[in-house]
Design a protein around this ligand. Structure first.
Ligand SMILES: C[S@@+](CC[C@H](N)C(=O)[O-])C[C@H]1O[C@@H](n2cnc3c(N)ncnc32)[C@H](O)[C@@H]1O
Length: 305
């Protein structure tokens, strides 16, 4: 999804079944934010194209984290059966009504539950799961998929379904950020649209991947980087840009991929440094996928090499 779960305003104080921990851990997304996800053209066309490409006519699908049910709907255009699970009761009610209105209520079996515990009653060909957030923080994409694979193998044997996305690539780069707003200095976490990079956050050097997570393979929840970042522009090195690119599908015939990028995440470093082209910095961090943004901010270490 986009940056919406970053908003503390996302916590619904009127819904007593949602605890503060749910909100903090990015598993509660109020229904009005789903509009932004439906409107996100890059996301919607990417998932539609990936489902069209990877799902054979008559196949079976599992949609984990159904939300409004839109990915179940897209899958149902080719699938004979779509199993769907969503944790939030209000969303399940909404999605069931929308799926019926959109003519696929019979094909889609949507249940309320935790995707970390749910399994479909029969094997599926494709699993679609969009619990993606910048740097794979907050939302539980990795935890949900790792748990699913273990339980699915135990119940149905060794062959895993195809996952959409196929993979996520995480990368980091040094940035000189203007954290000044009308004279007010506020070096805090910012989101940036990867489709139109802001002049506020200037790249100062090389971009280095720190994780390539193929969802069919076994992946550790802990993500880390310990490497050198080279500077190629003079300036104040005061932030890191975290880039999250999701490979929704690989089109082998065309040698191309169907991609969707999460918002870039700009995180300030503790001690800004006047850097010169040619400088190198040892950068280290370690965090758990699904963790809070602050867990990554607090873990960042930058040392001049
Ligand atoms: C980013 S939204 C995507 C919704 C929908 N699939 C779409 O593409 O528009 C993620 C959804 O996953 C749900 N979710 C988060 N954690 C979950 C869990 N552990 N089990 C089931 N659903 C979960 C959220 O409530 C939310 O509706």
């Amino acid at each position: 999804m986009t940056d919406i779960t970053a908003s503390p305003a996302g916590y619904d104080i009127h819904n007593p079944s949602i605890t503060e921990a749910d909100n903090l851990l990015g598993q509660y997304i109020p229904i009005h934010y789903h509009f932004q996800m439906l409107e996100d053209q890059a996301r919607m066309t990417g998932f539609k194209a990936a489902l069209n490409y990877l799902l054979a006519d008559g196949g079976k699908v599992l949609d984990m984290g159904a939300g409004t049910g839109v990915l179940s709907f897209l899958a149902a255009q080719k699938a004979t059966k779509v199993y769907s699970v969503e944790r939030q009761a209000d969303l399940v009610e909404c999605a069931n009504a929308l799926l019926t209105e959109n003519g696929c209520g019979d094909k889609v079996e949507l249940v309320q539950g935790d995707a970390r515990q749910y399994l479909p009653p029969e094997p599926v060909d494709v699993v679609v799961c969009e619990m993606l957030h910048s740097a794979l923080l907050r939302e539980k994409q990795l935890e949900v998929i790792e748990s699913f694979k273990q339980r699915y193998r135990e119940k149905f044997g060794g062959t895993l379904p195809i996952f959409i996305p196929n993979a996520s690539i995480l990368a980091v780069e040094p940035v000189s950020a203007d954290f000044c707003f009308q004279g007010y200095h506020a070096p805090i976490a910012f989101f940036e649209d990867p489709g139109s990079l802001s002049t506020r956050y200037l790249s100062m050097g090389e971009t280095k991947p720190y994780a390539i997570l193929e969802y069919q393979a076994d992946n550790a929840i802990e993500l880390s980087f310990d490497g050198l970042l080279s500077i190629n522009e003079n300036g104040c090195f005061n932030a890191l840009r975290f880039i999250t690119k999701n490979i929704l599908a690989m089109n082998l015939e065309q040698g191309s991929t169907i991609d969707w990028m999460n918002m870039n995440l700009i995180l300030p470093i503790k001690h800004p440094i006047d850097a010169k082209a040619g400088d190198q910095f040892q950068v280290r961090f370690k965090y758990d996928a699904g963790g809070e943004i602050s867990s990554l901010i607090n873990a960042i270490e930058v040392i001049k090499a």
